[in-house]
Design a protein around this ligand. Structure first.
Ligand code: NIG
Ligand code: FE
Length: 413
């Protein structure tokens, strides 16, 4: 299929941001192209430039049959790369509004977890739920992301904590065909009650769960909750060694509630795609991250709901860390799917500039989940995943709940 998208007021291509691999972003790195057109063949961008430079010679040079082209008039709107949600827990049953009420009365997230609530209460409900119920609720959430211009959605398991329900969750993720998904295994999210301790449960993850789930092809990448009272750095390294041998990309929830001093150890794994949360990261962690290819995924809505401080985004950005943003959508710490809320918090409370937020939610989010070479900029050779905006791009991430997205275009990855 050959398509020509034309009559584009501005194409925000992110060409320079792409060249800089999403680091040290300045306004000019958004690389806006005025009065643009874009040629797409088999879902790949083969040409993007000024509409007035389109000519039969150009088609000849590109070796494209001009007669077969389908023309799509974008009505003088602005376009930009579609959004990428790189950290969500979108498959779950039930809700935790009661805990929200408790937290507002002064009970902490950790205290709720110690009393059997928190992650474990969602595990209880998710174990009971049928695949079709989970698929149905996931589809509604997927639609919510699609309406905001998301074309690729990362979704974690982690509310099963046993083989049967972890498998059920991953199958539900893989069976959703209305958006592109990345299925992240999060078996080590917490220790279920029927295990002596975290070591014991990790043994079962390694010896019992992972072999079966990998064999079934259900795991695109793997995550873990490294935190005081949850999994230790030693346990995480053992988990990462196993997964590295299986060539599975890695990520970790880390430095969310306390500082782990583990960033250096984790960055030794060259399949480490991202480290997420990083509220309590220290300067040595920032230095390590700036020097490796791992993306920092910051999740300010969780910090907002947990009344935490926010991660030192400005320090990370200035040090040259590649920073992405995501919702962390889940029923406990971050019960919101709203991308505009994430961006507004990043600008208000993390001193991120609008260009940094735009790159964080497109190119850098693509890097965070292993698609940096295919998505996140409107440049030749990349997949044509883009949004047509209903307003100027500088109105994005300004008004919470405002999503001026007319249409999202994307193909299968
Ligand atoms: O990213 N920190 C661990 N996991 C989730 C919370 C999950 C939950 O509370 O259900 C997070 O914040
Ligand atoms: Fe999370």
């Amino acid at each position: 299929m050959l398509k020509l998208y034309r009559n584009i007021d501005i194409a925000l291509t992110l060409k320079k941001a792409n060249k800089k691999s999403g680091r040290h972003i300045q306004e000019q790195d958004l690389s806006p192209l005025k009065n643009a057109a874009m040629i797409v063949s088999k879902n790949k961008i083969v040409w993007i430039g000024k509409e007035k430079t389109l000519s039969p010679q150009l088609f000849k040079k590109l070796d494209l049959p001009i007669k077969k082209i389908k023309e799509i008039d974008l009505g003088g709107h602005q376009i930009m790369p579609s959004f990428i949600e790189s950290h969500t827990h979108s498959v779950f049953a039930g809700d935790r509004q009661n805990e929200f009420e408790l937290r507002n009365q002064g009970v902490t997230y950790q205290q709720i977890a110690q009393q059997g609530g928190g992650i474990k209460s969602t595990v209880k409900q998710t174990r009971k739920a049928s695949s079709s119920k989970l698929s149905e609720s996931l589809q509604k959430r997927v639609q919510f992301f699609l309406d905001q211009g998301v074309s690729l959605l990362e979704i974690k398991s982690g509310y099963g904590l046993n083989l049967k329900t972890e498998m059920k969750m991953l199958e539900v993720i893989k069976s959703n065909k209305s958006i592109n998904t990345v299925a992240t295994f999060l078996g080590p999210h917490a220790c279920p009650n029927d295990y002596k301790n975290y070591d014991d449960y990790m043994e079962s993850v390694l010896n019992h769960m992972l072999p079966k789930l990998i064999q079934k092809g259900l795991i695109d990448r793997a995550d873990v909750f490294l935190e005081k009272g949850y999994f230790s750095a030693e346990q995480v390294c053992k988990y990462f060694e196993y997964l590295s041998n299986e060539q599975i990309p890695l990520t970790s929830h880390v430095d969310q509630l306390t500082n782990s001093r583990a960033i250096k150890k984790l960055c030794h794994f060259n399949r480490l795609q991202s480290l997420d949360h990083l509220v309590c990261i220290d300067s040595s962690g920032i230095k390590t991250l700036a020097a490796c290819d791992t993306t920092a995924v910051l999740l300010p809505v969780a910090d907002f709901y947990l009344k935490m401080k926010y991660p030192p985004a400005r320090k990370m950005l200035d040090a040259g860390v590649r920073v992405a943003l995501a919702t962390d959508f889940n029923p406990g710490s971050s019960p919101s799917q709203d991308l505009s809320f994430v961006g507004v918090l990043a600008r208000l409370n993390m001193q991120m500039t609008l260009p940094e937020v735009l790159v964080a939610y497109t190119l850098n989010a693509a890097h965070a989940i292993g698609f940096g070479d295919r998505l996140g900029s409107l440049t030749e050779g990349k997949d044509a995943h883009f949004v047509v905006l209903d307003d100027d791009y500088d109105k994005l991430f300004y008004s919470v709940g405002y999503h001026p997205v007319k249409k999202v275009y994307f193909g299968r990855l």
